[in-house]
Ligand binder design. Structure first.
Ligand SMILES: [Zn+2]
Length: 367
Protein backbone atom coordinates (compact mmCIF):
# COMPACT_ATOMS: atom_id res chain seq x y z
CA UNK A 1 0.00 0.00 0.00
CA UNK A 2 1.42 3.37 -0.99
CA UNK A 3 1.68 6.07 1.59
CA UNK A 4 -1.01 8.02 -0.24
CA UNK A 5 -3.34 5.05 -0.23
CA UNK A 6 -2.62 4.34 3.41
CA UNK A 7 -3.42 7.92 4.25
CA UNK A 8 -6.59 7.77 2.21
CA UNK A 9 -7.79 4.53 3.78
CA UNK A 10 -7.03 5.90 7.24
CA UNK A 11 -8.95 9.04 6.43
CA UNK A 12 -11.88 6.97 5.17
CA UNK A 13 -11.98 4.68 8.19
CA UNK A 14 -11.62 7.64 10.54
CA UNK A 15 -14.57 9.24 8.79
CA UNK A 16 -16.55 6.02 9.04
CA UNK A 17 -15.64 5.71 12.68
CA UNK A 18 -16.54 9.27 13.59
CA UNK A 19 -19.77 8.95 11.62
CA UNK A 20 -20.71 5.76 13.47
CA UNK A 21 -19.68 7.23 16.80
CA UNK A 22 -21.59 10.40 15.97
CA UNK A 23 -24.80 8.57 15.22
CA UNK A 24 -24.39 6.33 18.29
CA UNK A 25 -24.01 9.41 20.48
CA UNK A 26 -26.88 11.21 18.82
CA UNK A 27 -29.62 8.82 17.72
CA UNK A 28 -31.77 9.93 14.85
CA UNK A 29 -35.29 11.31 15.28
CA UNK A 30 -38.22 11.06 12.91
CA UNK A 31 -41.15 13.44 12.50
CA UNK A 32 -44.05 12.42 10.26
CA UNK A 33 -46.71 14.93 9.22
CA UNK A 34 -49.76 14.07 7.11
CA UNK A 35 -52.04 16.60 5.40
CA UNK A 36 -55.34 14.86 4.80
CA UNK A 37 -56.40 14.48 1.17
CA UNK A 38 -54.19 17.18 -0.35
CA UNK A 39 -54.15 16.73 -4.13
CA UNK A 40 -51.06 16.75 -6.34
CA UNK A 41 -52.82 19.51 -8.34
CA UNK A 42 -52.57 22.06 -5.51
CA UNK A 43 -49.27 20.76 -4.13
CA UNK A 44 -47.46 21.17 -7.46
CA UNK A 45 -49.67 23.61 -9.34
CA UNK A 46 -51.11 25.87 -6.63
CA UNK A 47 -54.58 27.35 -7.17
CA UNK A 48 -56.39 25.39 -9.90
CA UNK A 49 -57.99 27.79 -12.39
CA UNK A 50 -60.35 25.12 -13.73
CA UNK A 51 -61.78 24.56 -10.25
CA UNK A 52 -62.07 28.29 -9.53
CA UNK A 53 -63.89 28.88 -12.84
CA UNK A 54 -66.19 25.93 -12.23
CA UNK A 55 -67.15 27.24 -8.79
CA UNK A 56 -67.60 30.81 -10.06
CA UNK A 57 -70.30 29.57 -12.50
CA UNK A 58 -69.42 32.03 -15.21
CA UNK A 59 -68.82 35.05 -12.97
CA UNK A 60 -65.51 36.83 -13.65
CA UNK A 61 -62.67 35.69 -11.37
CA UNK A 62 -61.29 39.21 -10.80
CA UNK A 63 -63.39 39.78 -7.70
CA UNK A 64 -62.64 36.31 -6.32
CA UNK A 65 -60.52 36.50 -3.13
CA UNK A 66 -58.66 33.22 -3.79
CA UNK A 67 -57.91 34.29 -7.32
CA UNK A 68 -56.56 37.65 -6.17
CA UNK A 69 -54.50 36.12 -3.41
CA UNK A 70 -53.16 32.97 -5.04
CA UNK A 71 -53.33 33.20 -8.81
CA UNK A 72 -50.11 33.65 -10.81
CA UNK A 73 -49.21 32.70 -14.39
CA UNK A 74 -46.79 29.85 -13.59
CA UNK A 75 -47.23 26.75 -11.43
CA UNK A 76 -44.01 27.63 -9.59
CA UNK A 77 -45.32 31.05 -8.57
CA UNK A 78 -48.77 29.76 -7.68
CA UNK A 79 -47.61 26.96 -5.39
CA UNK A 80 -45.11 29.25 -3.68
CA UNK A 81 -47.94 31.68 -2.88
CA UNK A 82 -49.79 28.96 -1.03
CA UNK A 83 -46.82 27.18 0.55
CA UNK A 84 -43.98 29.74 0.67
CA UNK A 85 -42.00 27.95 3.37
CA UNK A 86 -42.21 24.54 1.69
CA UNK A 87 -41.16 25.79 -1.76
CA UNK A 88 -38.99 28.75 -0.76
CA UNK A 89 -37.01 27.22 2.10
CA UNK A 90 -37.58 23.56 2.92
CA UNK A 91 -37.34 22.21 -0.63
CA UNK A 92 -34.50 24.54 -1.57
CA UNK A 93 -32.27 23.90 1.41
CA UNK A 94 -33.25 20.66 3.10
CA UNK A 95 -35.72 18.40 1.31
CA UNK A 96 -37.02 16.76 -1.84
CA UNK A 97 -40.55 16.16 -3.06
CA UNK A 98 -41.83 13.34 -5.27
CA UNK A 99 -45.16 12.93 -7.03
CA UNK A 100 -45.40 15.64 -9.70
CA UNK A 101 -46.82 13.92 -12.79
CA UNK A 102 -45.50 16.79 -14.94
CA UNK A 103 -41.98 15.72 -13.87
CA UNK A 104 -42.75 12.02 -14.47
CA UNK A 105 -42.56 11.44 -10.74
CA UNK A 106 -45.27 9.33 -9.13
CA UNK A 107 -46.27 8.45 -5.58
CA UNK A 108 -49.28 6.16 -5.17
CA UNK A 109 -51.32 4.47 -2.51
CA UNK A 110 -51.65 0.70 -2.95
CA UNK A 111 -54.98 0.32 -1.12
CA UNK A 112 -58.06 0.13 -3.31
CA UNK A 113 -60.19 2.63 -1.46
CA UNK A 114 -58.40 6.01 -1.68
CA UNK A 115 -59.94 6.85 1.68
CA UNK A 116 -58.49 8.04 4.98
CA UNK A 117 -58.44 5.01 7.27
CA UNK A 118 -57.14 2.67 4.54
CA UNK A 119 -54.46 5.28 3.78
CA UNK A 120 -53.36 5.86 7.37
CA UNK A 121 -53.28 2.10 7.94
CA UNK A 122 -51.05 1.76 4.87
CA UNK A 123 -48.74 4.56 6.04
CA UNK A 124 -48.43 3.22 9.58
CA UNK A 125 -48.25 -0.55 8.93
CA UNK A 126 -46.52 -0.61 5.55
CA UNK A 127 -49.28 -2.31 3.60
CA UNK A 128 -52.87 -2.12 2.46
CA UNK A 129 -55.49 -4.04 4.44
CA UNK A 130 -58.13 -4.18 1.71
CA UNK A 131 -59.87 -7.24 3.15
CA UNK A 132 -60.50 -5.56 6.50
CA UNK A 133 -60.16 -1.78 6.28
CA UNK A 134 -62.49 -0.63 3.53
CA UNK A 135 -63.78 2.69 4.88
CA UNK A 136 -63.63 5.02 7.88
CA UNK A 137 -65.71 2.84 10.21
CA UNK A 138 -64.30 2.59 13.69
CA UNK A 139 -62.28 -0.58 14.20
CA UNK A 140 -58.98 -1.41 15.85
CA UNK A 141 -56.04 -1.64 13.45
CA UNK A 142 -55.33 -5.37 12.99
CA UNK A 143 -51.52 -5.31 13.27
CA UNK A 144 -48.94 -3.24 15.18
CA UNK A 145 -48.01 0.13 13.68
CA UNK A 146 -44.51 1.41 13.03
CA UNK A 147 -45.04 3.70 16.02
CA UNK A 148 -45.47 0.68 18.30
CA UNK A 149 -42.70 -1.21 16.50
CA UNK A 150 -40.25 1.66 17.11
CA UNK A 151 -41.11 1.97 20.77
CA UNK A 152 -40.71 -1.77 21.40
CA UNK A 153 -37.58 -2.32 19.32
CA UNK A 154 -35.77 0.71 20.74
CA UNK A 155 -37.13 0.01 24.25
CA UNK A 156 -38.23 3.61 24.54
CA UNK A 157 -40.45 5.04 27.24
CA UNK A 158 -44.02 5.72 26.17
CA UNK A 159 -43.34 9.46 26.07
CA UNK A 160 -40.71 9.01 23.33
CA UNK A 161 -43.21 7.96 20.66
CA UNK A 162 -46.13 10.34 20.28
CA UNK A 163 -48.99 11.01 17.89
CA UNK A 164 -51.08 14.19 17.81
CA UNK A 165 -54.08 14.12 15.53
CA UNK A 166 -57.07 16.27 14.70
CA UNK A 167 -59.19 13.18 13.98
CA UNK A 168 -60.63 11.04 16.79
CA UNK A 169 -60.47 7.86 14.66
CA UNK A 170 -56.69 8.03 15.07
CA UNK A 171 -57.32 6.39 18.46
CA UNK A 172 -58.17 3.24 16.48
CA UNK A 173 -55.28 3.19 14.03
CA UNK A 174 -52.21 4.75 15.67
CA UNK A 175 -51.71 1.68 17.85
CA UNK A 176 -52.97 -1.88 17.87
CA UNK A 177 -52.49 -2.17 21.62
CA UNK A 178 -54.05 0.83 23.35
CA UNK A 179 -51.62 2.67 25.61
CA UNK A 180 -48.44 1.69 23.77
CA UNK A 181 -47.66 5.24 22.63
CA UNK A 182 -48.52 8.77 23.72
CA UNK A 183 -51.66 9.60 21.79
CA UNK A 184 -53.74 12.77 21.70
CA UNK A 185 -56.46 12.70 19.04
CA UNK A 186 -59.85 14.23 18.30
CA UNK A 187 -60.98 16.41 21.18
CA UNK A 188 -58.68 14.80 23.77
CA UNK A 189 -57.60 17.05 26.61
CA UNK A 190 -53.94 18.00 26.78
CA UNK A 191 -52.14 18.54 30.08
CA UNK A 192 -49.44 21.18 29.90
CA UNK A 193 -47.47 23.37 32.28
CA UNK A 194 -48.36 26.28 30.01
CA UNK A 195 -51.60 28.00 31.15
CA UNK A 196 -52.34 29.17 27.59
CA UNK A 197 -52.33 25.58 26.38
CA UNK A 198 -54.45 24.43 29.30
CA UNK A 199 -56.98 27.09 28.31
CA UNK A 200 -56.87 25.95 24.69
CA UNK A 201 -57.42 22.37 25.79
CA UNK A 202 -60.47 23.38 27.83
CA UNK A 203 -61.82 25.51 24.97
CA UNK A 204 -62.07 22.45 22.71
CA UNK A 205 -65.24 21.40 24.50
CA UNK A 206 -66.89 24.71 23.63
CA UNK A 207 -66.05 24.62 19.94
CA UNK A 208 -68.10 23.23 17.11
CA UNK A 209 -65.49 22.04 14.65
CA UNK A 210 -65.76 19.11 12.26
CA UNK A 211 -67.59 15.87 12.85
CA UNK A 212 -65.10 13.87 14.91
CA UNK A 213 -62.24 16.29 14.32
CA UNK A 214 -60.92 19.39 16.01
CA UNK A 215 -59.34 22.30 14.20
CA UNK A 216 -55.72 21.70 13.18
CA UNK A 217 -54.58 24.81 15.02
CA UNK A 218 -55.23 23.04 18.33
CA UNK A 219 -53.45 19.84 17.29
CA UNK A 220 -50.49 21.91 16.12
CA UNK A 221 -50.16 23.85 19.39
CA UNK A 222 -50.25 20.64 21.44
CA UNK A 223 -47.73 18.88 19.19
CA UNK A 224 -45.25 21.78 19.25
CA UNK A 225 -45.54 22.05 23.03
CA UNK A 226 -45.00 18.33 23.41
CA UNK A 227 -42.00 18.38 21.10
CA UNK A 228 -40.38 21.09 23.19
CA UNK A 229 -41.11 19.49 26.56
CA UNK A 230 -40.85 15.75 25.99
CA UNK A 231 -38.49 15.60 23.01
CA UNK A 232 -39.86 12.39 21.43
CA UNK A 233 -37.70 10.27 19.11
CA UNK A 234 -40.68 9.66 16.85
CA UNK A 235 -43.49 12.19 16.47
CA UNK A 236 -46.51 11.93 14.22
CA UNK A 237 -48.81 14.89 13.51
CA UNK A 238 -52.04 14.27 11.56
CA UNK A 239 -53.76 17.40 10.21
CA UNK A 240 -57.24 17.22 8.72
CA UNK A 241 -58.65 20.68 7.89
CA UNK A 242 -57.69 20.31 4.21
CA UNK A 243 -59.97 17.28 3.81
CA UNK A 244 -62.89 18.73 5.77
CA UNK A 245 -63.14 21.91 3.72
CA UNK A 246 -62.68 20.00 0.44
CA UNK A 247 -65.64 17.75 1.28
CA UNK A 248 -67.64 20.90 1.97
CA UNK A 249 -66.73 22.17 -1.51
CA UNK A 250 -65.01 25.24 -0.09
CA UNK A 251 -62.09 25.72 -2.44
CA UNK A 252 -61.09 29.09 -1.01
CA UNK A 253 -60.84 27.48 2.44
CA UNK A 254 -58.81 24.61 1.02
CA UNK A 255 -56.21 27.09 -0.20
CA UNK A 256 -56.30 28.88 3.14
CA UNK A 257 -55.86 25.66 5.09
CA UNK A 258 -52.88 24.70 2.93
CA UNK A 259 -51.44 28.13 3.65
CA UNK A 260 -51.85 27.41 7.37
CA UNK A 261 -50.33 23.95 7.03
CA UNK A 262 -47.29 25.58 5.45
CA UNK A 263 -47.01 27.93 8.39
CA UNK A 264 -47.15 24.98 10.75
CA UNK A 265 -44.35 23.25 8.81
CA UNK A 266 -42.29 26.42 9.19
CA UNK A 267 -42.87 26.55 12.93
CA UNK A 268 -42.12 22.85 13.27
CA UNK A 269 -38.91 23.03 11.23
CA UNK A 270 -37.73 26.16 13.07
CA UNK A 271 -38.32 24.48 16.41
CA UNK A 272 -36.53 21.29 15.33
CA UNK A 273 -33.52 23.25 14.14
CA UNK A 274 -33.43 25.18 17.43
CA UNK A 275 -33.10 22.02 19.54
CA UNK A 276 -29.70 20.21 19.66
CA UNK A 277 -31.34 16.76 19.74
CA UNK A 278 -33.07 17.43 16.42
CA UNK A 279 -30.89 19.86 14.53
CA UNK A 280 -29.52 18.19 11.37
CA UNK A 281 -30.39 14.87 13.01
CA UNK A 282 -34.04 14.44 12.13
CA UNK A 283 -35.82 12.84 9.21
CA UNK A 284 -38.95 14.85 8.40
CA UNK A 285 -41.55 13.16 6.21
CA UNK A 286 -44.66 14.97 4.96
CA UNK A 287 -47.29 13.20 2.88
CA UNK A 288 -51.03 12.62 2.37
CA UNK A 289 -53.36 9.71 3.12
CA UNK A 290 -55.04 9.95 -0.31
CA UNK A 291 -55.52 12.30 -3.24
CA UNK A 292 -58.79 13.42 -4.84
CA UNK A 293 -60.44 13.66 -8.23
CA UNK A 294 -58.61 15.71 -10.83
CA UNK A 295 -61.50 17.30 -12.74
CA UNK A 296 -63.44 20.40 -11.60
CA UNK A 297 -66.45 18.19 -10.85
CA UNK A 298 -64.57 15.83 -8.60
CA UNK A 299 -61.83 17.95 -7.02
CA UNK A 300 -63.47 17.51 -3.60
CA UNK A 301 -64.16 13.78 -3.83
CA UNK A 302 -62.13 10.67 -3.23
CA UNK A 303 -63.13 7.02 -3.17
CA UNK A 304 -62.61 3.67 -4.81
CA UNK A 305 -64.18 4.88 -8.08
CA UNK A 306 -61.92 7.92 -8.38
CA UNK A 307 -58.73 6.63 -9.93
CA UNK A 308 -56.82 9.93 -9.61
CA UNK A 309 -57.25 9.83 -5.82
CA UNK A 310 -54.51 7.16 -5.65
CA UNK A 311 -51.94 9.83 -6.56
CA UNK A 312 -50.23 11.42 -3.60
CA UNK A 313 -46.93 13.24 -2.99
CA UNK A 314 -44.07 12.81 -0.56
CA UNK A 315 -41.69 15.33 1.00
CA UNK A 316 -38.55 14.06 2.75
CA UNK A 317 -35.85 16.03 4.55
CA UNK A 318 -33.10 13.67 5.69
CA UNK A 319 -29.61 14.53 7.01
CA UNK A 320 -27.81 12.06 4.69
CA UNK A 321 -29.84 12.85 1.59
CA UNK A 322 -28.47 15.62 -0.62
CA UNK A 323 -31.40 15.68 -3.06
CA UNK A 324 -33.29 18.98 -3.13
CA UNK A 325 -36.45 20.21 -4.80
CA UNK A 326 -38.55 18.17 -7.19
CA UNK A 327 -37.53 14.65 -8.11
CA UNK A 328 -37.79 14.03 -11.83
CA UNK A 329 -38.60 10.60 -13.24
CA UNK A 330 -37.45 7.67 -11.12
CA UNK A 331 -39.40 4.63 -10.00
CA UNK A 332 -42.91 5.09 -8.63
CA UNK A 333 -42.85 5.39 -4.85
CA UNK A 334 -45.63 3.83 -2.80
CA UNK A 335 -47.41 4.80 0.38
CA UNK A 336 -46.65 1.34 1.77
CA UNK A 337 -42.91 2.20 1.83
CA UNK A 338 -43.25 4.92 4.45
CA UNK A 339 -43.39 2.68 7.55
CA UNK A 340 -40.17 0.85 6.62
CA UNK A 341 -38.53 4.19 5.75
CA UNK A 342 -39.37 5.56 9.20
CA UNK A 343 -38.06 2.40 10.86
CA UNK A 344 -34.84 2.48 8.84
CA UNK A 345 -34.23 6.12 9.74
CA UNK A 346 -34.37 5.01 13.37
CA UNK A 347 -31.89 2.21 12.68
CA UNK A 348 -34.54 -0.53 12.60
CA UNK A 349 -35.32 -3.29 10.11
CA UNK A 350 -39.08 -3.29 9.46
CA UNK A 351 -38.68 -5.84 6.68
CA UNK A 352 -37.42 -8.53 9.07
CA UNK A 353 -40.49 -8.17 11.28
CA UNK A 354 -42.99 -7.51 8.45
CA UNK A 355 -41.67 -8.91 5.17
CA UNK A 356 -44.97 -8.20 3.42
CA UNK A 357 -44.56 -4.45 4.01
CA UNK A 358 -43.22 -2.05 1.36
CA UNK A 359 -39.43 -1.66 1.28
CA UNK A 360 -37.71 1.42 2.72
CA UNK A 361 -36.90 4.37 0.45
CA UNK A 362 -33.16 4.99 0.31
CA UNK A 363 -32.41 8.28 2.06
CA UNK A 364 -28.69 8.38 1.30
CA UNK A 365 -27.58 10.35 -1.71
CA UNK A 366 -24.82 12.67 -2.79
CA UNK A 367 -25.53 15.71 -4.95
ZN1 LIG B 1 -61.99 12.63 3.01
Amino acid sequence: MSLRLLLLSCLLSCCAWSHAAGSAAKPRNVVLVTLDGVRVQEMFGGADIAVMKHLARGAPLDGNASYQRYWAPSAEERRARIMPFLWGTLLRQHAWIAGDPAKRSHVEVTNRFHTSYPGYAEILTGRAHDEVIVDNKEQRIPVPTVLEFARRELQLPRSAVAAFSSWDLTNSFAEQEPGTITLNAGFAAYASGDPALRALSAAQDEMVAWDGSRFDYITERFALDYLKRERPRLLYVLLGDTDEVAHDGRYELLLQSLRHADHFLEELWTQLQAMPQYRDNTVLIVTADHGRGKTPDFWGSHDEEIEAAKNIWLVVAAPDDARRGELEGGPTLYQNQIAATIAKALGLDFDRAYPEAGKPIDLHSTP
